[in-house]
Every structure is written in C-alpha cells, then in structure tokens.
Design a protein around this ligand. Structure first.
Ligand code: GDP
Length: 296
C-alpha cells in the first residue's frame, strides 16, 4: 500500500476530518499530491493528466467508508485505478499457433531484448516444457549474435547461427524453416535495436513481422527510461501490432512509472518484468504490487 502518499493525503485533509465524502473542494489538493507522486515516478505527463481525470471522476461524491478519511479513500481509488490500468489482459505468453510459435522481440538497443530472449527461452523450457530455438537478426551490433548464443546456451535452448553479412529477413526465414523441420515448439527472434527510433530499424522489423507472422510481438522497454518511454512506445505501436510488453530493469531504483505510460500508449498487457541480469530474473508482471511501487 502506498504509505507515503497516503500519509501526505491524510495530513492534507486533516482539517476536513468531519467530511463524509470527497468533494470538488477537497479533491483538488489531494489530486495535486497524486499528480506529483506519478510525475516523481516518471509517468509521462499526458498519461498523468488522463489518469488524474479518471480518478477524479471516480472519486467525486464517493462516500468515505467507516473510519477511513478522504485521503485514504482517495489512495484506495488511485491504487485500484493504477492496478486496473496496468493489469488488464492476459498476462501469460500466448503459444496458440501452429508450431513453431514465433515470438518477435522489439525494442531499443540496451532495453534488454537479448537478455529477455534468453530469459523467455529458459521460462518456456523449464516451466512450459517447450522445445525452444533462438535466432538473432542483429547484424549491426558487434558481438550481438555471439551474446545470444552464449545466453541461449545458459538457458538450455537451441541456437540458430547467423552471420553479420546476412540479411535479417533471410536469417529469420532460414531459422523458421529449421524450426519447422526439427519440430521446435517455439522460435524466439531477437532483433536489432538502435539507440533511438530510426526509420530503417522500423522498416526492418515490420518486414520481419510480415514474413514471420508471430503469435507474440513483445515490446521490451527499460523501466529506467522514464518519460521517454512514451515516445518509444508510440513509435513501436505505430509500426507493429504489439501483443505484449516486457518491462526490464525493475530491480533498479526507478519507481517504474514507465509501466503506466507504456501500458496506456500501446493498449497491450505488460506480461513480464525483468528483475535481474540473471536468466532467472523474469517475473510474471504483478499490477497490484507495481501500483504500490509507483505511488512510493
Ligand atoms: P538489447 O540491446 O536490447 O539486446 O539489451 P541487452 O539484453 O544486451 O541488455 C542490455 C543490458 O541490460 C545488459 O547489461 C543486461 O545485462 C542488462 N539487463 C537486461 N535486463 C535486465 C534486468 O531486468 N535487470 C538488470 N539489472 N539488468 C538487465
């Protein structure tokens, strides 16, 4: 529960203790505190505005129950709204496809795509008992292919080799053919990222998507990215029919407001959270727990 914010709000409305409902006059100061908490957690400004408007609608006229004060009541509403916003949809990975189920990984360079690809491989092998193949279409970053090979091996998966001089589309199609012929259940396709949104990168991943027809297209985003996450999310949503989000680096000290921004902008569920550099550091995303973290 968001104790820091709850304390603040309770203090704010101390003088209003006699009030039995949340009103236009007592809600403004409280909402200002909520807004500050969300901005401090790095939720993007337009997302904060929308969120505050929704909370205000829900809060106005709300009876304050029993011994609860208006501040506590509002925190309850905020928490529920945060959890509901971030938690909608199916959180587990979808493999409902004619095997091999293809999972396409998208995101900026450094977001954690390669690490998450191996984490997912490990998860699918150990928890879902699947036969998993990985392939890297990142022919630009030196050592990216080798990195995936190393972590795939650590995860216990099979790796389809590729070379920097090949075209990403050719690599992916060859891997798909190999996966079919060798009865793999899942093909995880790691892709090239750039440091910033770049048209050539988007065209490339769109072509990969069209050719592979993935059952999951996962947008991997760094929780530490903060305010910028909204622009990255928007660009990827416009380019690709995303099916889920993986929020990485939640073991860092960010309050993880990017989750709310990215969830709202893409409209797809946050399926997993990356919580360490290690390959077992992948949790199914817990919206309620994350709501508490955002509010601090
Ligand atoms: P890519 O460029 O998107 O493929 O990103 P990488 O998978 O190479 O990850 C970039 C860096 O972030 C590496 O140093 C990873 O170890 C690290 N990383 C990825 N996911 C996590 C995570 O959940 N927590 C932490 N602490 N580090 C992570």
């Amino acid at each position: 529960m968001a104790s820091a914010l709850a304390d603040k709000l309770t203090r704010l409305v101390k003088e209003l203790r006699g009030q039995a409902r949340i009103t236009e006059s007592n809600v403004q100061d409280m909402l200002r505190e909520v807004r500050m908490a969300l901005l401090e957690a790095d939720v993007a400004l337009p997302v904060v505005r929308d969120f505050i408007a929704r909370v205000k609608d829900k809060a106005l006229g709300q009876e304050v129950l029993g011994s609860l004060k208006p501040g506590q009541t509002l925190v309850g509403i905020v928490n529920r709204e945060l959890a509901a916003t971030m938690g909608q949809g199916v959180a587990d990975i979808n493999l409902a496809a004619q095997p091999p189920a293809v999972i396409l990984m998208a995101g900026l360079q450094g977001a954690g795509k390669t690490t998450t690809t191996a984490k997912l491989a490990k998860y699918l092998i150990e928890k879902r008992k699947k036969k998993v193949l990985t392939v890297s279409g990142d022919v630009y970053r030196p050592a990216a292919i080798e990195q995936l090979q190393t972590v795939t091996r650590q995860a216990g998966g099979a790796f389809f080799p590729s070379l920097p001089e090949q075209k990403p589309l050719d690599i992916a199609l060859a891997a798909l053919d190999h996966a079919r012929k060798h009865y793999f259940d899942v093909l995880l396709v790691d892709t090239a990222g750039r440091l910033a949104i770049d048209q050539a990168m988007m065209e490339e991943i769109k072509a990969l998507h069209a050719a592979l027809n993935p059952v999951e297209t996962l947008f991997v985003v760094d929780a530490m990215q903060g305010q910028d996450a909204i622009n990255t999310a928007r660009a990827f949503r416009e380019a690709l029919p995303l099916t889920g989000i993986v929020l990485t680096k939640l073991d860092g000290d960010s309050r993880g407001g990017a989750a709310l921004s990215v969830r709202q902008i893409t409209g797809v569920p946050i399926k997993f959270a990356g919580v360490s550099e290690k390959l077992d550091g992948l949790d199914v995303f817990d919206a309620e727990r994350h709501a508490g973290r955002i509010l601090g």
